[in-house]
Design a protein around this ligand. Structure first.
Ligand SMILES: [Zn+2]
Length: 169
């Protein structure tokens, strides 16, 4: 079989997988897999708590588990057990990873604005027309533009311990 082997992955025995050639652009694929019932339960509970899709959780965990598996050789079962362990013990890591998937999570504040150039809401992708009210999300990354519609603007936190209110203009 002819493989264009100009560069080899570092000393790792190639499992007979369907890995794309190194030149193809990175694509996302859908994986279907069987998981132990205990893992499924844990995943669903975890996803429900965070109010994110289970698939996001699985993806975040897989990335972590693969990193771990890279370090320690082990069977598939070990890796699944690792994944369970990750869910149970590394909630914070996964939580912060998942937060990065939320487009509004690194927003420090929202500032009202009037839309001049038609755009779309960063959160719901709804269209924002010229003249409409929007809210600019200020993040730590100035290269990132976040504008949300009124529906996606966070509602006041009902938690009484969070009473620091921003002065209304
Ligand atoms: Zn929106």
């Amino acid at each position: 079989m002819y493989h264009g082997v100009t560069r080899k992955p570092p000393a790792k025995p190639d499992e007979d997988d369907d890995d794309a050639s190194p030149d193809t652009p990175r694509k996302e694929r859908v994986l279907h897999t069987r998981v132990p019932a205990v893992l499924e339960e844990e995943l669903k509970r975890f996803a429900k708590n965070l109010r994110v899709p289970v698939s996001n959780v699985v993806r975040a965990i897989l990335e972590d588990a693969l990193k771990m598996a890279d370090r320690a050789t082990g069977s598939v079962e070990d890796r699944l057990n690792d994944a369970v362990a990750v869910v149970r013990s590394e909630r914070e890591t996964i939580q912060s990873k998942l937060k990065r998937l939320d487009p509004l999570d690194d927003v420090l504040a929202f500032q009202p604005l009037v839309v001049a150039l038609p755009t779309e809401c960063t959160a719901c992708q709804g269209s924002l027309r010229r003249g409409e009210s929007g809210w600019l999300g200020m993040t730590t990354d100035p290269s990132r533009r976040v504008i949300v519609c009124g529906a996606c603007l966070p509602k006041p936190d009902p938690d009484p311990t969070h009473t620091e209110k921003e002065p209304t203009p």
